[in-house]
Design a protein around this ligand. Sequence first.
Ligand code: G4P
Length: 529
Amino acid sequence: MSMDTKQKMQEEVEKRRTFAIISHPDAGKTTLTEKLLLFGGAIRLAGTVKGRKASKHATSDWMEIEKQRGISVTSSVMQFDYAGHRVNILDTPGHQDFSEDTYRTLTAADSAVMLIDSAKGVEAQTKKLFQVCRKRGIPIFTFINKLDREGQNPFDLLEELEQVLGIRSYPMNWPIGSGKQFRGVYDRMQTQVELFQGDDHKEIQVQKVSGYEDDIVKKIAGDFFYDQLVQDLELLDVAGDEFDFEKVRSGELTPVFFGSAINNFGVQTFLENFLKLAPIPTPRRSSEGEVDPLSEKFSGYIFKIQANMNPAHRDRIAFLRICSGKFERGMSVKHVRVGKDIKLAQPQQFLAQDRDIVEEAYPGDIIGLFDPGIFRIGDSLAQGGSLEFDELPTFSPELFSKVTVKNALKHKQFQKGVDQLTEEGTIQVFKTVGFEDMILGVVGQLQFEVFEYRMKGEYGVDVQLQRMNFQFARWLVDDKNNIDPGKFRINSQLVKDKKDNYVVLFESEYAMRSAMEKNPTAKFLETAP
Ligand code: G4P
């Protein structure tokens, strides 16, 4: 690489931030995303994000099923520029029927923003998504939303982060008053007060102060809230965690911001701090060691495949996270698993729902590739080499259905469909030992519906799904002679995954625990060995 190219590459990588917002439905993710996009000057998108949720616009409904249910099935990607940075937001479906796609999308992010409703605290879906981020050790930033409404005590919320999620926190700012009496926040990092003036979207008034003892703070807060504020901040100074950048980077400490997304209050400060503290595109592990984003050779991996994004064309789009090198439209890269060179001719970038053709892109960016059926989840593309990125994690299914084909004559298409949809990661498939009944496993109900819909639409097969009572799957590792279906008859069942690994399905935590006790030599793993 010439010096110039090298420098350009470095600049492009350093200005990028790629993150996902994790939250429970209704915490305000759509609202926050919209405000962030507005700061990026992407004003024309403002209504679009909302529109997708309302499901009024044909262009935003990538699948028929989305239209029917008025929700977004897909995780899309949004990009904007702010203060010299290029920001990629990976959107994860907000509906509680989320899917494995949601989890896998998190592997493409370098950090996460955890959005919490101040009245509700840590909710179920937040917890699940948090755990996936935790496993990867990525930095997590917390935005506590809806401060304009009566919420929980801020200390209780921090306590909940620690108790429920096991993460320590550092409040970057602290609310003055709450609900109807919400006056604003005291910014601990910049020692200033930001005034909340209701929902009129005025420019936020910022008052620099010498510290929280400053008279100005007292005047703004009023005696009552001032005393409370001083007490709280003193307590934080004495008993709270110190700000530790390394701990933020390793995901052990989460910087916490209080605000109100709908009123655009605290969002800009949040964004600016986030951009300062969040990591640039990080190296990814591969068969050839860690891949440095600055490396000259282009590489990336596919973390998601979306079929029928445009019903008129019946196309599939493979989402690629660029891990190193520069992407240029029309370039040839090696499809490593297949061992063939392919040309990346019409890649797309996703700006809300508009699809733009990308001319060039850099590590941290996500591009969409037209997929004539050659890609699988986890595939690596690399220039001049054969490096393969580490396999994407699989997730333990929580919902199970027995699946049969209605018309026995269609068995061949049925098998083909199941094989392909499994490869795409739409569902996980298991077979009972002996009878070879087929069981589907998913993490979200929606995956069943997508499966049913696509089996009919793409393979012409009507399937019948019959829900089973199981709640947990554990991969069984034990001496061959110890593995016996007879041991798992009550509230459980022994099955095999598609690679013939043994898996036990359990109806309850109790059933799982007692099986573990009865089989002390066996290991029960959450994911495939
Ligand atoms: P989601 O994507 O996480 O599901 O949440 P979304 O942004 O759609 O927000 C959920 C609801 O919370 C919306 O109200 C939204 O207006 C509201 N909301 C978001 N941020 C704030 C905030 O800072 N303060 C208050 N008080 N409310 C907030 P809705 O009535 O369900 O929808 P809509 O009628 O406003 O569209």
